[in-house]
Design a protein around this ligand. Structure first.
Ligand SMILES: [Zn+2]
Length: 280
């Protein structure tokens, strides 16, 4: 298993991953320098998100004929658009925040986080690594059974920007497969390890039916700064639509576990809802 903490020079990798420019503590910037400024579709006025309207023409008669006689029509869900930036903040969710936990599942920490979320009856997102999901399918099922959203965080947690296109497809594809095999539902969201996005990952993610989700607020819990520091970071960064990054695996996550027990009831007391984004 690879994890953020054991990999050397994580910060250096983050900077390298860049072209990213300013991968600061609270905002992650997509790796595609040619990309248009990111605006989640949900923030755009209706009709402004897509390409210019195409003049509709009446279908010609032959288009009304079934492609293959005798077989029922096959419907595929529409693939999401190819993004040039990941979602970083969710303005559509009102006075709510999203909690996300990466790199798991882990037999020691994931159940503790699930217990806290269950105690307060809130849902979160878990971006699992395929190799961890494959090793702990019961934990993946437990996450899903509690109503949380399971996202794709690649199979081995590589720096995606160093992979070939085939390598990206393998990392994301196999992880989606194991999630679907285990829970019955393929993931709708994916998150690049280290927040290192590139065009391949946007395109292949879309091909696999997924949307890219980054974060607004990085707790940097993997540095084990003390649970009090993690709590303060979350409280300081709390705002409507904020997506919080924490980890439930990849090292000693006891601080992440104990911090959640403190900041979750505090956020709720302040009137925040804790929610997960809807599928688009
Ligand atoms: Zn990660």
């Amino acid at each position: 298993m690879k994890n953020d903490q054991r990999l050397p020079g994580r910060r250096a990798l983050l900077r390298l991953a860049a072209g990213l420019g300013t991968a600061g503590a609270v905002r992650v910037i997509a790796a595609d320098p040619a990309g248009a400024p990111f605006r989640p579709a949900a923030e755009l006025p209706e009709g402004a998100a897509g390409p210019p309207a195409v003049r509709r023409e009446l279908p010609s008669a032959h288009r009304l004929q079934p492609m293959t006689a005798g077989s029922p029509p096959r419907f595929r869900p529409a693939a999401p658009p190819v993004r040039t930036r990941p979602f970083e903040k969710l303005s559509e969710i009102g006075h709510a925040m999203v909690l996300t936990f990466d790199d798991g599942p882990d037999p020691l920490y994931t159940p503790r986080i699930l217990a806290t979320l269950r105690k307060y009856d809130v849902r979160a997102m878990f971006f699992v690594c395929g190799e961890m999901a494959d090793e702990y399918p019961d934990l993946v099922r437990a996450i899903a059974a509690d109503g949380h959203t399971i996202g794709n965080h690649s199979w081995t947690h590589p720096l995606v920007t160093r992979l070939s296109r085939a390598g990206v497809r393998d990392e994301l594809g196999t992880t989606s497969e194991v999630i679907e095999k285990t829970t019955g539902t393929p993931p709708f969201w994916y998150r690049a390890p280290y927040g290192a996005w590139n065009r391949n990952s946007f395109e292949i993610g879309a091909e696999l039916g997924m949307e890219p989700m980054a974060w607004t607020l990085d707790t940097l819990d993997w540095t084990e700064p003390g649970s009090g520091t993690i709590v303060r970071r979350v409280r300081k960064g709390a705002a409507p639509g904020v997506v919080v990054l924490s980890h439930d695996a990849g090292g000693n996550r006891s601080q992440s576990v104990s911090a959640l027990r403190r900041y979750l009831p505090e956020l709720l007391d302040e009137g925040y809802r804790i929610t997960v984004p809807r599928r688009r």
